[in-house]
Design a protein around this ligand. Structure first.
Ligand code: HEC
Length: 149
């Protein structure tokens, strides 16, 4: 019985994974927005620690960087030619004109986020790594997002 229920759980996990992949293919805009929303939520957690509104927590710091790394790995695949408009996307047309640069920025964010998971040990090192990644977020948004008023 125990084995059977483990199998059932594994089957559900596999189905969920498959569904996520299908959603990403069918709706890349929703998928990239969801990844970026998660980045935003994690950035808030980090900002609270930097400002001293929340105590520094190394596990949380690693989760923040792991989230950024995961998004950086998946984002480049979510800008097919047919996803330039719709779903209230704020992705700028410039992305498709400068795809190599756009993807390179995610590669850099991913590398930095991975390195930070290993190097960050305390609040000071967290502040440094978090601030430099924050600049990467902001610079890409500046160049590759349409501002909505
Ligand atoms: C290389 C470019 C790039 C980098 C780096 C980047 N973003 Fe984004 N981000 C985008 C683009 C493009 C969108 C718009 C996606 C869309 O609407 O289709 C976006 C959207 C967002 C959104 C809005 C999501 C929504 O609700 O629609 C948030 C929040 C966000 N990014 C947070 C972050 C954070 C935090 C970081 C840094 C850890 C980051 N981003 C790094 C390109 C980037």
């Amino acid at each position: 019985m125990k084995f059977a229920s483990k199998l059932a759980i594994a089957a559900v996990a596999v189905t969920t994974f498959g569904a996520t992949a299908v959603i990403a293919q069918q709706d890349p805009i929703a998928a990239r927005k969801a990844l970026m929303k998660e980045n935003g939520a994690q950035a808030k957690v980090g900002a609270a620690m930097v400002k001293g509104e929340a105590p520094f927590d190394l596990a949380k710091a690693k989760t923040i960087f792991a989230t950024f790394e995961n998004a950086a790995a998946k984002m480049p695949g979510l800008f097919p030619d047919d996803s330039k408009t719709g779903h209230e996307t704020t992705a700028a047309p410039k992305i498709w004109e400068n795809m190599a640069d756009f993807k390179a920025r995610f590669a850099k964010l991913g590398t930095d986020a991975k390195a930070a998971q290993a190097s960050v040990k305390d609040l000071d090192s967290f502040k440094t790594a978090f601030a430099s990644m924050g600049k990467e977020c902001g610079a890409c948004h500046q160049d590759y997002r349409v501002k909505k008023n």
